[in-house]
Design a protein around this ligand. Sequence first.
Ligand SMILES: NC(=O)c1ccc[n+]([C@@H]2O[C@H](COP(=O)([O-])OP(=O)(O)OC[C@H]3O[C@@H](n4cnc5c(N)ncnc54)[C@H](O)[C@@H]3O)[C@@H](O)[C@H]2O)c1
Length: 394
Amino acid sequence: MKENVFDNVLLITGGAGFIGSHLTNYLVRNYPNYRIIVLDKIDYCSNLKNIHVYDYPNFKFYKGNILDQLLLNHIFLNEKIDIVFHLAAYSHVDNSFFDSIKFTENNIMGTHYLLEMSKQYSIQKFIYVSTDEVYGGGNSISDNSNNSISNKVLPANENITILKPTNPYSASKAGAEQLVSSYYHSFQLPIIITRGNNTYGPFQYPEKIIPKFIYQLNDNKPCTIHGTGENKRSFIYIDDMIKAFDIILKKGLIGETYNIGTDFEISNLDVANTLISLYKNDIKNNNNNKNIIDNQLIRYIPDRPFNDYRYFINCSKLKNLGWQQSIPWEMGIKLTFDWYTKNKNYWSTTTTTTSISAPDPITFDKINKNNQQQQNEKKISTTTTTLILCSNDD
Ligand SMILES: NC(=O)c1ccc[n+]([C@@H]2O[C@H](COP(=O)([O-])OP(=O)(O)OC[C@H]3O[C@@H](n4cnc5c(N)ncnc54)[C@H](O)[C@@H]3O)[C@@H](O)[C@H]2O)c1
């Protein structure tokens, strides 16, 4: 029997990151009957300003690590979690080439701890947010539906396309996916997996291509293009991604995997060209006298050790649930450019204008009454924190 008035208690891991914060803001505002708990370790790519719902009665924030089993146990036990939306991960491909062990530890071990906890507390739903990158480069997907392997390139299908991750990031996401599936088969854990396209929009840390290029341009620097820039990407605007999560949360079938994406594809070079023309318009509209030299707005840099050519996915399963893309590229990229241009200091601001205590700060209850207590107390001091909020720029 539940002690609170909420229909469900939903844990979002990684809720202070780009996608997680949009999901958090959306669910807290639109589902007052859900209690939303965020667990995030506040890494370099997170921003507490991304979360706009601290004052809502159905929201609670924990600063902590999914690798911390004591903290996980505390949260599952005391908050009575019944749905998990697992987004916490190291997410930047470039970093994974240099620090790949950490990706395995964080993305695979972290997922495993969460699965174990979810099993122990018999939760109702575990949604694992994976990526289209688990399919690999995308131009070698074979259609073997007639038992004859053809070389025809088909969009990746959740049920038949073999996973072929090509970098340590996507491999860690695929590895975690396999664990998630295994808990479904072995322990009947009610899981759903999502595989999303590249997502873009406000609040994304400027290491990812779109905000990075906007930052570079606004800083009078050229967009830095990996290799020739011919590699294609499919970009989906953040609001469409969140709507997909909403539908999957409500209508997604247990045990299923859902691709989330768009048919639209664009080369990295054309992403830069699009942003350059938005940048030039912006300068013109603001009567800015900046002297722009066209051929200095793009700089080619060495390619990644391996750079997937494209991610090409079939989203008909998701569309059958009622989802459709509503923000086309032209609209989404303009919204994004405008937001980053208006919020130039969002990521670099270090001065804090407001300091508040975390709403309902983490109090690490006495979880175990046995001799682990001392160890727990040691952890309390490292996981309890005061949140510092900067003034909101948007
Ligand atoms: N951004 C995309 O284009 C995209 C596309 C498809 C799927 N995804 C997946 O969506 C998820 C979120 O991506 P994002 O772009 O918002 O990433 P992000 O890097 O902006 O945010 C990740 C968040 O997870 C937190 N985190 C990381 N490790 C943690 C740990 N051990 N314990 C607690 N918190 C931890 C970070 O502090 C950060 O706030 C990831 O799992 C990613 O693989 C992203």
